[in-house]
Design a protein around this ligand. Sequence first.
Ligand SMILES: NC(=O)c1ccc[n+]([C@@H]2O[C@H](COP(=O)([O-])OP(=O)(O)OC[C@H]3O[C@@H](n4cnc5c(N)ncnc54)[C@H](OP(=O)(O)O)[C@@H]3O)[C@@H](O)[C@H]2O)c1
Length: 275
Amino acid sequence: MPCGVEFLYCDLASLSSSRQFVQKFKMKKIPLHVLVNNAGVMMVPQRKTVDGFEEHFGLNFLGHFLLTNLLLDTLRESGSPGRSARVVTVSSATHYVGELNMDDLQSSRWYSPHGAYAQSKLALVLFTYHLQGLLAAQGSHVTANVVDPGVVNTDLYRHIFWGTRLLKKLFGWWFLKSPDEGAWTSLYAAVSPALEGVGGRYLYNEKETKSLAVTYDLMLQRQLWARSCQMTGIPDVTEGVFSDSCHLGKTLCPAHHSQVCEGSPVCIFHTHLPS
Ligand SMILES: NC(=O)c1ccc[n+]([C@@H]2O[C@H](COP(=O)([O-])OP(=O)(O)OC[C@H]3O[C@@H](n4cnc5c(N)ncnc54)[C@H](OP(=O)(O)O)[C@@H]3O)[C@@H](O)[C@H]2O)c1
C-alpha cells in the first residue's frame, strides 16, 4: 500500500484558512484516525488574528476548536469498535495558573502575555472534556484527551525575556526535554493501545493526572463551548445532547473517579459505560 506525507496549508489564526484546509482535506476522501491539536504561540505581544481575536485565544484555542468541530464527522466515520479515532490536544502546565475570564476572553481590558497564554491553555482543557462528553453521549468511536508535554527545548520561548532566552540557549539542552522527548506524551495519547476507548484524560509523562479543579466544571465547559460556537460561526452540536441534570448534579464515575452526569448512563470520560 503506498504511503507518504502530504502538506496542506492551514493558518489556525484565520477561521477562513482553517475552513479551506478542512474543505481540501475532505475532498481527498481519506479517513482521519488521529487529530493532534499541537500548534501554538506563547507570550506574544498584544496583537490580533485576522478575525480580530486576541492571538493566544484565537490561534491556540479557537483555531483548534473550529478545526476539530469541522472534522468531527470525518473522525466519527473513521473510528470503529476497538479502533477509535483520537483527538489529542496539547495544553500546558501553565493552565494550572490560568483563569478563564468569560467577560473578557479577548483580554481587551487588561493584557498580560502570560495570562493570555494560560487562559488559552485552560480553555483547551475545558474544550477537551466537553468534547469527550459529547462523543461519549453520542456513542461514537472517537476519544478526546489532553496532553501536557512538559518543558521542552523548542522555539516556543522566542518571545520571553532575552536573559531567560539566553539561559535556555546555553543550558536548555541540559535541563529541558528535547523536542523528541516532548512529543512522547502526545504520541502515547495518539497510538497507545492502553488508551483505546478512553477519553477525557489529562496526560503528563504518559500518565493520567488531574488538571485544574475548575476544568471539571461542566457548566463552565458548556458556556465556553457555546460562546466559542458563536465566535467561530458554527452550530452548537452539543445543544440538547446533555440533560440539564447533567450540569446540575455532578457525581463521580465509580470506575474512574471522574465526573459523570446524573440522568446520563455514560461516563463523560469514556466511550463505554462505567462498570
Ligand atoms: N515547549 C514547551 O515547553 C511547551 C510546554 C507546554 C506546552 N507546549 C505546547 O506544545 C505545543 C507545541 O509547541 P512547541 O514547543 O513545539 O513550539 P514551537 O516549536 O514554537 O512550535 C509551534 C508550532 O505551532 C505552529 N503554529 C504557530 N502558529 C500557527 C498558525 N497560525 N497556524 C498553524 N500552525 C501554527 C508552528 O508552525 P510553523 O513552524 O509552521 O510556524 C509550529 O509547528 C504548543 O501548543 C505549546 O503551547 C509547549
